[in-house]
Design a protein around this ligand. Structure first.
Ligand SMILES: [Zn+2]
Ligand SMILES: [Zn+2]
Length: 270
């Protein structure tokens, strides 16, 4: 049986490791097929693909797109995407620019509160091309304004904090379209706290799959999502959501996966 981990991050988004290093670690824990699914970013796919044959690992091009609906954040995974697709690249570039813009607005608010922090300070702290609140929080801690990331959110950055800035709204429907137009398959990531009603709405909008295997799921949830997948003819995807590094639990890597049956069902649906 093959081990396919379809949910993995690299340092191109908020992961700790370079794609080469991620692949070496994947090899060490017996993973045969991997999908790099960085947040709103496809930069790691090319390097991963170039190195994978050496380790006899198959790389499925992927992505994890952040969306929101009714103030609820939903992450949608895309698989077998054409990562050179023009609309996809345009969207990601627009999104990247918007995130920088949002960071700038948050920094202005922090400056008004008397904290001396610049965008350069934040950019220096991150290798990621997708910057967000955690990077600003980390920088505030580095500058000594707070003890840790948690306190930075608590005092300044949380949704009701004084330096909060709304982010741009991306609907699940538009993310599903982006994935489809790039020739990919969609799956809802870690659906743990999504109501069934919303799930059905997404299925009506063309959702292809559901992430049944994820470290955050209980056994009951995994069973529930499998039965929903069967009922609605959805693909069953899964993975470790590996990020690496001390901030995260590395020990999940190699323990959460799907198998060749799931992969061939995906190829069949393409
Ligand atoms: Zn996610
Ligand atoms: Zn993820």
């Amino acid at each position: 049986m093959i081990k396919a981990d379809l949910h993995v991050h690299t340092n191109y988004s908020d992961g700790e490791h370079h794609p080469f290093d991620v692949l070496r670690r994947a090899k060490a824990v017996g993973i045969d097929v991997i999908s790099i699914t960085d947040h709103d970013c496809i930069g790691a796919i090319e390097p991963a693909k170039s190195f994978a044959p050496e380790l006899n690992i198959t790389v499925i091009p992927g992505i994890e797109i952040s969306t929101d609906i009714d103030d609820k954040e939903i992450h949608l995974l895309g698989y077998f995407i054409d990562y050179t697709n023009k609309e996809l690249l345009n969207y990601l570039e627009f999104f990247r620019a918007e995130r920088i813009n949002r960071a700038k607005l948050i920094i202005i608010k922090l400056n008004e509160l008397g904290l001396e922090i610049t965008l350069d300070d934040v950019l220096k702290q991150t290798k990621s091309s997708v910057i967000g609140r955690p990077h600003i929080a980390f920088t505030l801690a580095e500058l000594g304004y707070v003890k840790n990331i948690w306190e930075a959110f608590e005092k300044y950055l949380s949704d009701d904090g004084p330096a909060y800035q709304k982010k741009i709204h991306v609907s699940p429907q538009s993310a599903l379209n982006i994935i489809k137009d790039a020739g990919g398959l969609s799956s809802i990531a870690h659906p743990g706290d999504i109501k069934e009603e919303l799930l059905k709405k997404l299925i009506d909008c063309g959702l292809d799959g559901i992430e049944v295997t994820h470290p955050s799921h209980t056994r009951e949830q995994t069973r529930l999502y499998k039965s929903i997948a069967n009922e609605y003819y959805l693909l069953q995807t899964g993975g470790s959501d590996f990020h690496g590094g001390k901030k995260y639990d590395d020990s999940n890597f190699g323990k959460y996966f799907v198998n060749e049956k799931n992969i061939s069902a995906m190829k069949h649906r393409l």
